[in-house]
Design a protein around this ligand. Structure first.
Ligand code: BES
Ligand code: ZN
Ligand code: ZN
Length: 501
């Protein structure tokens, strides 16, 4: 899609549709609507006074211009109460409106910079939110649909500024929004891809492409390299599948030292059948999403590199398939992790924490200053928080707070769960240093407590995206399937972590 910024009076712009906004309870019309209202001889004011246009968030009113304007349609987008406006509401409303227009086969959309100048919303912030909303909201994964003639794509989005001085800031916002949304969509593509098209080797292939595009340093450890490092936990999960595991390490240097400011670790289970602790058939197909964490951190580093942020970031993705077979890991087995801790396997379906144990051990070994891991770690997190919030846990409150704020800015909601020592009891094993499953209660927390054993003292945050990585309905800028959470949060976080220069 082509996205551009121009300066004009929105009422004069030629497009399939122009989008203006109206706030709930507003008396009188803003300039943008006022000139459109004049062209319609006061029809919009009448719709407002009759209560047909209320300005509620989510309200979409489409009026055919029938030749009164250069544009074919005018959309009046309800934005809720002005004093409650947020960038996420702009992002969501624009996404829903554009999806609606697409269904009406409109492929050329122009819009004002919604919300700019209201509360703390800047021109740049508005343009960024609009761009993200459009690109995320119109995303669809159609690669495997062979008959696609009916499908309409929105070809052009124009953000209309009211004066020449606005162009630079609107352009900046557009640029950032595009990089962030395209990164999230890249993660979505990887996650939506069926597991037979997104094996550990395919993930390594994507890493190669990212490395080439942004000149990143790439290391891919094969089974033998993992053996040499003693990654017994990761290898234990991989041993049931014919697909060879890949340990992917991508390095971005935004500043001139070898110090690693942040390690982003992502769970890369390309299919989680549960292994011998086999999952039920119910929605097992969705377990292709179990590499969402890996996809998110890979997409995030591509955006970080694209934005040339002055920070050093290393992405670590242990990529494996979790399958039952004659060579598979068995409940009751004991594995030795890279850091030397032994793990008793209670369930082979708690495989995420096993591969992360070695990936976190590796992040520690390379002396990252901060570690954030992202994983579809527990179904229980989905039960607790639904598909609305990502579960956040960690060993450093300052870093947890930074992640939560970065998430709020992205509209990716986070909720912290407690890490009291009392929960650790559940992970005690009689025959090894730790076991991989606790009791039924507090599963996201005991899973995080397990991970904590492998990060040492490094400030670390764990994001359980078990509930937020994949969805079955459209909501705001989320569509069915992969969500791309928390790619934009991670980039915001990187912007908030000062490098030590
Ligand atoms: N990948 C799953 C968690 C999951 C389930 C994510 C559903 C998203 C949707 C993970 O590997 C798993 O199976 N976890 C088990 C842990 C249990 C055995 C302690 C779970 O959540 O049931
Ligand atoms: Zn599992
Ligand atoms: Zn899993």
């Amino acid at each position: 899609m082509e996205i551009k910024v121009i300066v004009d009076d929105i009422a004069r712009v030629k497009a399939g549709a122009i989008i203006v906004s109206f706030f709930e309870g507003m008396k009188g019309l803003d300039n943008d609507i006022a000139s459109i209202d004049t062209a319609f001889e006061g029809a919009i004011s009448r719709l407002i006074s009759r209560g047909e246009i209320k300005g509620k968030l989510g309200e979409i009113t489409i009026i055919h211009s029938l030749g009164r304007l250069a544009a074919d349609h005018v959309v009046i987008m309800g934005m809720g109460k002005k004093e409650e406006l947020t960038l996420d509401k702009v992002r969501g409303a624009v996404a829903e409106t554009c999806r609606h227009l697409k269904k009406k086969r409109v492929d050329d959309i122009a819009t004002i910079a919604h919300g700019a100048g209201i509360l703390d919303i800047t021109l740049e912030g508005s343009a960024r939110a609009i761009t993200e909303g459009v690109l995320l909201g119109l995303y669809s994964f159609r690669k495997h649909i062979t008959k696609d003639d009916e499908y309409i794509k929105v070809k052009k989005l124009t953000i209309v500024g009211s004066k020449e001085a606005d162009v630079y800031l609107l352009g900046q916002g557009c640029h950032k929004g595009k990089i962030l949304a395209e990164a999230a969509n890249m993660a979505r593509d990887m996650v939506n891809e069926p597991a037979n098209y997104m094996t550990p080797s395919d993930m390594a292939g994507v890493a190669k492409k990212i490395a080439k595009e942004h000149s990143l340093e790439l290391t891919i450890l094969e089974r033998q390299g993992m053996q040499e490092l003693g990654m017994g936990a990761l290898l234990g999960v991989a041993q049931g599948s014919c697909q060879p595991p890949k340990f992917i390490v991508l390095n971005y240097k935004g500043r001139d030292t070898d110090e690693i400011d942040l390690a982003l670790v992502g769970k890369g289970v390309t299919f989680d059948s549960g292994g011998l602790s086999l999952k039920s058939q119910n929605k097992m197909d969705e377990m292709k999403e179990d590499m969402s964490g890996g996809a998110a951190v890979m997409a995030a580093i591509s955006a970080i590199a694209h934005l040339k942020i002055k920070i050093n970031v290393t992405v670590i993705v242990p990529a494996v398939e979790n399958l039952p077979s004659g060579s598979a890991l068995k409940p009751g087995d004991v594995l030795k992790s890279m850091i030397g801790k032994t793990i008793e396997i209670i369930s082979t379906d708690a495989e995420g924490r096993l591969i992360l144990a070695d990936a976190l051990g590796y992040a520690n070994k390379i002396k990252a200053r901060f570690i954030v891991d992202v994983a579809t770690l527990t179904g229980a997190c989905k039960v607790a928080l639904g598909d609305v919030c990502t579960g956040v846990m960690g060993n450093n409150q300052e870093l947890v707070d930074k992640v939560v704020v970065a998430g709020a800015q992205a509209g990716e909601l986070m909720w912290q769960m407690p890490m009291y020592d009392e929960y650790k009891e559940q992970n005690k094993s009689n025959i090894a240093d730790i076991k991989n499953v606790g009791d039924r209660g507090a599963a996201p927390i005991t899973a995080a407590q397990f991970l904590a054993e492998f990060v040492g003292d490094t400030p670390w945050v764990h994001l359980d995206i078990g509930g937020t990585s994949f969805g079955n309905k459209e909501r705001k800028y989320l569509v069915k399937g992969a969500t791309g959470v928390p790619v934009r949060t991670l980039v915001n976080l990187v912007l908030a972590i000062p490098s030590q220069t």
